[in-house]
Design a protein around this ligand. Sequence first.
Ligand code: MN
Length: 442
Amino acid sequence: MQDDLRSFLGQLEQHGLLARVTKEVDPRFELTGVAQKAEKLGRALLFENVRGYGVPVACNVFSTRRMLGLVFDSAPEDAVRVFAQRMETRIPPTVVPEGPVKEVVRIGEDASMDEWPLVTHCSKDAGPYITAGTIVARDPETGIRNVSVNRMMYKGAHSLACRMMPPQHLGQIQAKAEAMKEPLEIAVVIGNHPIETLVASTSVNFGDDEYGIAGALRQRPLEVVKCETVDLEVPATAEIVLEGEVLPGVREPEGPFGDFMQYYVPIMDNHVFRLKAITHRKDPIWQSIQAGSQEDIQLQALSREAQVLRAVLATGAKVKAVSLMPMNLNCIISIEKQFEGEPKNVMAAAFGVYRWLKYCVVVDHDVDAFDLDDVWWAMATRSNAGKGLMPVSEAMGFPRDLFHIHQSKLGIDATAPLNQWEEFERKRVPGVENINLNDYLD
Ligand code: MN
């Protein structure tokens, strides 16, 4: 059987990265609060006792670079290289006759949203949301599949609100169906292996089937099964699938919702999904992702880091690591500097390829790009603010910019002067990396 959410949870558990929460938690605020605190400790959680529901909820399954390293069987900082390399190919999915996601099939009135532990995340959120659902749809003109992550708000036992707007691919596809006055069939997959969530969060060209990318990242075809009531396929080893349609010409209020920048997006008129069927495993696991959590940022960061990596490598730079963590409008790039001034070429390449980028800090190879303390240390001890800054005013930036604060950029060269390693060699304590503090403390 192919890797899936539960096999990945098993991997996390083996590495001591998953904690099972047996204490009862409220899916309204408390669950997200616990997940938020556990994320700071680098722990994924499986809530086994969610008040009012017999279904466990997985959180934080993808929230650290170490977890990402497990997905790609790589060192944490090398996940982006593996990702970038595998993204060069496509391996289409294989349709298989059956899979565990069909262990229970419920159609029509027998299918209800009321049985699932949808989570209410933040104080002003309009209600419970599905945040870890990947939406599968088919372009009505070309027949090509699209997979994306879209938030969905609980409206009733058979209805959810969903945000889908062009230029996002699902929005374009729905607009085509709507122009034909047709409902758009969709399947919402909950409980994915991290790769399927990742490809659904990756920006690719319109018409590039995300499940073909999932195959490339898995290095074998993703096994999918046909849905019961819609003409779509979903991963055979998913936990839960909602089948239904988006109604043409219908918009109803959705939101507010605490989004990825950690601000609330306002109430808006959005699309309406009508539930037709649910298929799931006998012992299904629900999944929740808090918008703006490190898990959410990481999902969006990896493909953009790959973009930046490719562009910076094309300048001839010797890149050690690229990090868009912990907030993906900013970037840290560590390099083995070859000539004075090279960090500015590196920043220019990064700003050029990734428009949202606002601050770009270039550090030496001995600085951990994923450790902000280390990056600040490099800025404090190696940068020259008189000549190492590269401001760019009024370029293209993050598009939702009511206050016009995201269009200007700043590059910061925090590398040491070239060929001065006698002065800038970092002191180190021999053997520190092998010391286990538990051996010394009570
Ligand atoms: Mn797409």
